[in-house]
Design a protein around this ligand. Sequence first.
Ligand code: NAD
Length: 306
Amino acid sequence: MSMRIGFIGLGQMGFPMFLNLLGKRLDTNTEMVGYDKSSDHMAGLRRDWPDAAPYLAQDEAALADLDVIITMLPNGAAVRESLLGSADNPALVDRLASNATVIDMSSSSPMDTRALADILAERNVQLLDAPVSGSVPKAREGTLAIMVGGATDIVERMRPIFMAMGSKLIPTGAVGSAHGMKALNNYVYAAGLLAMSEALLLGKALDLDLSVLIDVMNASSGRNVATETKAKQHMLHGGDFKAGFGLRLMAKDLGIAASLREHAGFNPPQLDLCLSLWQQACEQLPPEADNTEIYRYMAARLGAYL
Ligand code: NAD
């Protein structure tokens, strides 16, 4: 049976995921088409990746008759707009094959995802939410951890697609549950990165060797993904501060986690503080700033030496 898969959003994560899907093309009957709304970015991809160029759409009209559509976009609003259209754009969802499946791999809001699932179901389109964990290196290796919410039979049907991009698939329950878990995971990551940044600034003031401090944390209970994969790799000793995940995307994820308090009926104080610090960093730093820039932002804010 032939299958046509469209991939929308070929950014830092989406493009390597698309390449993995292309490389491990499930069978010869699978057709693939990738699309990003930035025409400059598409031109750069065509130039730098000539082997992938035939699979890159010239325009949005190429996204027709798709059986599966994968979105890897900045947020749920962009996903909604790309599927349901806007004043300038016709609705993509009306051009899909019958019984199509949408897989939103972006980190979107669980409440928006539930609402979108209802709208799509009315048009006979099923939605899975399948955000990823693992950042750009794992997207390149095809070893992402993928959480997935939605109907079990559809998850199982889509499993080969997931396993072309990731090495771990974790079913999380009903549609929207994976986006909820992703937002909460990213809150814990952001809090860890912020705590590590403050600890590094305090350590520097004490004249400690920061490399050894990170070694100590990695051998002790302070270990987290920031101590293991961000500090020495991107932040210390003239680091590049390019870990591949935008500071703005981090603040967006914290905003999603914070929006869950309306459902919970209580206000976790550390989440509030963390969100406020990341939002203030966003206001001060350029739009393309990486999430690891929170360290230099905190240093400037506190008047601390790096
Ligand atoms: P990115 O900004 O690098 O890429 C997003 C791409 O989407 C851009 O190329 C942009 O031009 C395109 N785009 C925006 N709106 C569009 C639309 N309506 N139609 C078509 N294309 C559109 O972002 P990223 O780092 O690849 O992240 C994508 C998603 O994955 C985000 O939701 C992010 O929170 C999540 N995520 C990122 C990482 C990471 O390490 N970067 C890790 C896990 C999850």
